[in-house]
Ligand binder design. Structure first.
Ligand code: NAD
Length: 417
């Protein structure tokens, strides 16, 4: 298994250098994050002790606009992972052509054993520590694993208190009552659903004949599952960190959602409805048409890729497939829609939120969803036709488009000084 995610991100970039005949100077520039910040985050815990967490914020590129990317709270957060995620944000914003560069942030912590007050104090201190590099025209955070609208509200409030005025446009994914956008909460999962449906169309398949398994039942996975089921697909398997559920006739997602909303830590574990318990590993290997990984990175590897039965993989999470896993899937004729396109719905609606905050003029949900669909399907078509024309897989096609756009931005701007 490849242990360095950033090496994996660089490999994916290297993969298109020859096809694009990329100038080696530009390749060198695009292989380095612009800025990396690591901070100590001291937090007074409920028991009176002070814990010091490590936080990061990486700005990979601001060539096409302000840096943009989520913040995650997880025990495995490290600078290598955040660099990779920031690089992927750069390509993602480019492939869907929104005027942002890429960034990512995170704190190494285990929020499942922290109180809400501790998480809030940690968020506020982290915000202050990275504030010198944040800003509506500099770097705009958003939610990611184990962070949500409430977390973004605390970031907005902390930033605003410090500046002495309310600044809605410094973070996206906020509660709607605090300048958030309608549709942002569901945007990534909705985007995954749209991409699955477009892929089925290209392959001449009908949603009503399709079975789906979703790995990860958080923001992205649960919304994607619900919307795919609404679109007529049969969602037969879902999993989260606590395990998986399977029903060959289709899962009762409404009852599962009701259970998860009240269960401890909002997990699937202990669900007693009409489903068989399976392991997290089994979920990936189910005999389904479509697999949506929507948990964490490094899930489809050379260890399990050859055992996957799904013929379509749509990456809801970032970096779920290693380059070795990718090659095995390609050799086995699997159609894989890459993360930088498949989960771009979130950053697209984050972009809408930023535009609405700057204009102080808010859209209705129809406007949000209509524009999300327009941008995502146009990008999907572009990626599909480049891949077709160049006879490469969809990931390579997406990278060709994305890296070319960022490289052109560099050429047009030139180097300073
Ligand atoms: P989340 O914290 O809401 O959900 C993550 C889910 O994954 C949880 O259900 C967790 O239990 C599950 N999980 C963790 N390890 C697992 C494992 N080994 N097997 C099965 N499930 C496991 O996070 P999210 O916001 O839904 O993000 C999920 C992925 O999507 C991440 O890769 C994130 O970077 C990416 N993403 C998120 C957004 C967004 O808008 N939230 C946008 C683009 C990409």
């Amino acid at each position: 298994m490849n242990n360095s995610l950033f090496e994996m991100a660089l490999k994916q970039l290297d993969n298109v250098v020859e096809i694009l005949q990329l100038d080696p100077n530009i390749h060198r520039i695009l292989s380095h994050p612009e800025r990396e910040l690591t901070v100590a985050v001291p937090v007074k815990m409920d028991n009176g002790n002070i814990e010091v967490f490590t936080g990061h914020r990486v700005q990979y590129s601001s060539l096409r606009g302000p840096c943009k990317g989520g913040i995650r709270y997880h025990p495995d957060v490290n600078i290598d992972e955040i660099k990779a995620l920031a690089a992927w944000m750069t390509w993602k914003c480019a492939v869907v052509n929104i005027p942002y560069g890429g960034a990512k942030g995170g704190i190494k912590c285990d929020p499942s054993i922290m109180s809400m007050d501790e998480i809030q104090r940690m968020t506020r201190r982290y915000t202050i520590m990275i504030m010198p590099i944040l800003g509506s025209r500099k770097d705009i955070p958003a939610p990611d694993v184990n962070t949500n609208a409430e977390t973004m509200g605390w970031i907005m409030d902390t930033f605003s208190m410090y500046k002495g005025c309310t600044m809605l446009d410094i973070v996206t994914g906020k509660p709607v009552e605090l300048g958030g956008s309608l549709g942002r909460l569901e945007a990534t999962g909705r985007g995954v659903m749209l991409i699955v449906l477009e892929t089925l169309k290209k392959l001449g398949l009908e949603p009503s004949n399709i079975t789906v398994a979703v790995q990860g039942y958080g923001n992205v996975g649960s919304v994607a599952a619900a919307l795919l089921s609404e679109a007529g697909c049969k969602v037969v398997g879902v999993s989260d960190v606590s395990g998986g559920l399977y029903n060959s006739n289709g899962l009762d997602l409404i009852s599962i959602n009701k259970y998860v909303s009240t269960s401890k830590n909002h997990l699937l574990e202990g669900y007693k409805g009409d489903a068989e318990s399976i392991s997290k590993e089994e979920l990936l290997l189910l005999s389904v048409d479509v697999l949506v990984p929507a948990a964490l990175e490094n899930q489809i590897t050379k260890g399990n890729a050859s055992k996957l039965k799904a013929k379509i993989v749509v990456e809801g999470s970032n970096g779920p497939t290693t380059p070795e896993g990718d090659k095995i899937l390609r050799d086995n004729g699997v159609t894989l829609v890459p993360d930088i396109l498949a989960n771009a719905g979130g950053v697209i609606v984050s972009y809408f939120e930023w535009v609405q905050d700057i204009q102080a003029f808010f859209w209705d949900i129809e406007e949000v969803n209509k524009n999300l669909k327009r941008i995502l399907i146009k990008s999907f078509e572009e990626v599909w036709s480049v891949s077709d024309a160049q006879k490469v897989d969809l990931r390579t096609g997406a990278y060709i488009l994305a890296v070319d756009k960022v490289a052109k931005a560099f050429k047009l701007r030139g180097i300073f000084p």
